[in-house]
Design a binder for this molecule. Structure first.
Ligand code: DX5
Ligand code: ZN
Length: 222
């Protein structure tokens, strides 16, 4: 399977929540393809963020791009249902947060969304093995989840390359997404290792021009 087209997915965790709709519209018109929606429960991760009502109100306000929901919650199934109802496009979860990973993947599919698994930096690629054929996407964390603005963990690069190899060998049509600390200075290495979907929070929302920020990221794809 050839590598799929590159996608920039701004993480709204770093957006100004007092004007979220405006922020989302602005990054989309600046060239972002998806919106990355970080859901934290103050239990699976220490932080607490946004839930399905926010996703639904973005949809109601006319946001029609793919919404990539990253669940950092435990357990996952109830929120999978709520986010599917709220208009999520893809839903990714951490396998250690699910009571039954296979059933949670099937639930996402049955509800008409695209399933993904997320691996923390210390979780082995072997974890994916029983599920790979069922997945639309694998998300590799390049920071420990919980907060935006952390430093990219360099050991993620060989992990991306290994996963790329596995996906290519299996000839599976699976997106390889990377999340955490991605910026202009490292996106070339992340893309070269084989990622095709790039989450970026602070590297976009902390800049004064989202057009320039997204252009700077895209200019560094290989
Ligand atoms: C981390 C989140 C990420 C993060 C990305 O827990 O899953 O999506 O907000 O933000 P940056 O790009 O600032 O690391
Ligand atoms: Zn995320």
């Amino acid at each position: 399977m050839p590598k799929q087209s590159n996608i920039i997915a701004p993480s709204i965790l770093s957006a100004d929540f007092s004007k979220l709709g405006e922020e989302v519209r602005e990054v989309l018109s600046a060239g972002a393809e998806w919106i990355h929606f970080d859901v934290m429960d103050n239990h699976f991760v220490p932080n607490l963020t946004i839930g399905p009502m926010v996703c639904q109100s973005l949809r109601k306000s006319g946001i029609d791009c793919p919404i990539d929901v990253h669940l950092m919650v435990e357990p996952v199934d109830d929120l999978i249902k709520m986010f599917a109802d709220a208009g999520a496009t893809s839903i990714t979860f951490h396998p250690e947060a699910s009571i039954n990973t296979e059933k949670s993947i099937q639930l996402i599919k049955d509800l008409g969304c695209k399933p993904g698994l997320v691996l923390n930096p210390d979780v082995s690629l072997k974890t994916l093995k029983p599920y790979l054929e069922e997945l639309y996407m694998v998300l590799l964390m390049s920071v420990f989840p919980g907060f935006g603005g952390q430093e990219f963990i360099p050991e993620t690069i060989p992990k991306i390359a290994s996963l790329r190899k596995i996906i290519d060998e299996k000839q599976e049509d699976i997106r390889l997404e990377v999340d955490g600390g991605i910026k202009e200075s490292n996106i070339f290495d992340v893309a070269s290792a084989g990622a095709d979907t790039f989450v970026a929070g602070s590297a976009i929302f902390n800049k004064s021009s989202y057009v320039d920020a997204i252009k700077d990221l895209k200019d560094n794809f290989n």
